[in-house]
Design a protein. Sequence first.
Length: 368
Amino acid sequence: MKINTIKVGSLGEYIDAIAEIAREYAMDNWKTNPPVLWFRGQNKGTYSLLPSLYRNGLQPEQTSGEKEYTQLHYAEDIRIQHYMAKNFHLLRSQPSAKIEWLEVMQHHGIKTRLLDWSESAIHSLLFALECFFDGKAYSAEFRRQSMPCVWVLNPGRLNKMIFEEIRDEVTVKDNTSDIAAGCTGVRDTSLRGQIIKQYGSMETDVTEWFTKYGRFEEYMETKGTQHIDYIVNLSKLNEAVLREGEGINPYYYAIYKIYSDGILVNERKLPPLAIVNAYHSERIRAQRGVFTVFPYYQDHQSDQEVRKMGINPDAMDHNEIAQKCLSRITLYSPQKIAYELMAAGINTSWLYPEMPIIANEIENRKVF
């Protein structure tokens, strides 16, 4: 599927492009109730939407006897262990769940499977154009080669499609699941089989557990908060799973197991999940930071063939479901747009509300 792409050459055209994307996603009351959109600015539009942990060449090769714990699992676990050991005492507010630790680590430069987004289109535009505001950290050659863009994501639509995929995968019994349920030593690699295993017993009727809640739209879509329906706080789901066990909403249980615990997903149908987290720093708050968290995908021979062509199959922009929720705005006059931002009183102090940045704003009011 080709991702919707809009080219803009000015700040005004950029705002118009966002309004156009919002109108395409809006349902009822589109003139007065715009949908929630998330944004990610990048200095090169050719970069795929990949978290830092997935960019270092590691592939999910299996390393345990049950073949469900991969190199990527270990790469995350060992980072968390050491980061917690050496920084626990420095945090004013302690993260309450693994996913919150990943957010803190991401903020301080540790590789994670989180991908940063912002609820603000202007902040993301600043990220895309950052090299035009900083003449020291970026060279003139870097600016000449820059092809900035801003990705636009509909997080509610993305997560609803994830719920639909989980419903279809888990509640439909297939031959693979039946074989795995009846044969010792046969591993069911389907999502249904994985949820059955995590739920605790191959005898459990997972279909009944999911279907007794009826259509998930009946309790996931509400009057007055349609704009935030389906956008979850994964760390709070962690608390619910520990507290309520089998009494939890089964869809919440499934996404917790997939996206927080990291059970291995056999196919790449499921895209990353859009999540909100508690702010653990003033910088993340200022940036209106939100995230997509990537699942762990089982690698297959076909994925290896794709990698040989220079394409990473883990990338969000290569996922068929995510593509339906993404747009890209390319900036063909980046220096001009940076000038227009600065003239409007908008600069990188919006991204980094720290004393050195404010000092630089006073001494170097210039677009490079």
